[in-house]
Design a protein around this ligand. Sequence first.
Ligand code: ATP
Ligand code: MN
Length: 462
Amino acid sequence: MPLEKMFVSDARDAAHVGKTVLIQGWIRTRRDSKGGFSFLEINDGSCMGNIQVIADADLANYKDEIQRLSAGCSVAIEGEVKASEGKQATEIQASQVTVLGWADDFPLQKKRHSFEKLREWAHIRARSNTFGAVARVRNQICQSIHQFFHENNFLYVHTPIITASDCEGAGEMFKVTTLDLDRLAMSGGPVNYEFDFFDKPSFLTVSGQLEAETYATALGRVYTFGPTFRAENSNTSRHLSEFWMIEPEAAFFDLADDMALAESFLRKILSDVLNHCDEDLQFFDQRIQKGLIESLRKVAETPFQHMTYTDAIKVLENCGESFEFPIAWGTDLQAEHERYLTEKHVAGPLILTDYPSTIKPFYMRLSDDRKTVAAMDVLVPGVGEIIGGSQREERLDVLTQRMAEMDLREEDYWWYLDLRRYGTVPHAGFGLGLERLVQYTTGMANIRDVIPFPRTPGNAEF
Ligand code: ATP
Ligand code: MN
């Protein structure tokens, strides 16, 4: 009878003592004891910790193979789970060690490598403790996202990745084309998009919001969760050219409903990670950001603070801090301003509301003062903006006027305007960057280290 395959996470559990099992994974370390046996530390990615395997010298391949094992080798171990006398609960006494793959000159040796160096080895960095932990936390967050929306009656909809509409009206999109750029360059003439694949200029989406609104105004509550692209040349620790965005959109929601949704959403994610990723969080707490667990717990329990943009400007003007970018009513907040507000001023998550209409997209609902829109950004310590959302403009006349002010052509948005022509309703939503959320929950300083294969200006290797 074939042996029961077991994950390392289960083999480390004392409940399995006495079972004979098959473990498959990669060697982290090998230590030879003078007593004539070796300790192998095996990791299979199922958890942060390794299982210790004891391989006795009387195993047939002890001299030829086991004593040559090094970090990175893949192995299959058959043996019995035993209670351990060491600090771990269990260990495995091997009856057979099969080498599946050798790993001469494996780059991830004991010595610690910088995260910059590990980005060059993105194909093997997942085998390190840090990147394994990031992957598990990221997975937990994604599971929780779907669960949260499912429990709150939000329908998961898929919005297109290729689109002809620019959600922000702000450009900075990647163009999608099958035109032969080399030949075009040689011809020197203007581009005729009628010969292009989609008969018109087409792009990778910067947001699924506009399309999500069409489903929200039919099905009530929906969300999208997919890849999003920004062709902006920002080399910062919180911008990627390709990232994953979660965008709920709900009919009959106003700004207050939207903020309440964002807050309960973030709280649910954090408490799930705290409950299910303890070992990984302990690691981040010890190695990456001291006090992480405590601060996540606090955020999961305390109500978020609220402040208007106008009040935030007053705080920033009077705080005595010297910022690189000057601040005045009507300017967009920079990361340094956002971080001052959330880290120093309130020391916790902060929801900023009622931004000037001039710095926000056309679809945000104009307030009665005619100067601000019903927008909200959620700021968190260490990251700054994590969520951007708003109540949407549901009044056709106001919407078309704002589009005119921003030089957007109505014919490009005919279907979006139809939503206001046929049974328009108040509605609201927000966009949350998955990677910023993973950064926040792990304490990882650079967004390039919380997505498996980061795309940034100049980097598309792997
Ligand atoms: P920022 O001002 O930080 O550049 P934004 O205002 O352009 O962000 P939105 O268009 O409001 O961002 O997008 C919604 C959310 O998507 C943001 O709150 C953020 O979490 C995430 N996000 C936006 N741009 C990026 C990016 N380039 N890389 C990773 N996440 C991003
Ligand atoms: Mn934003």
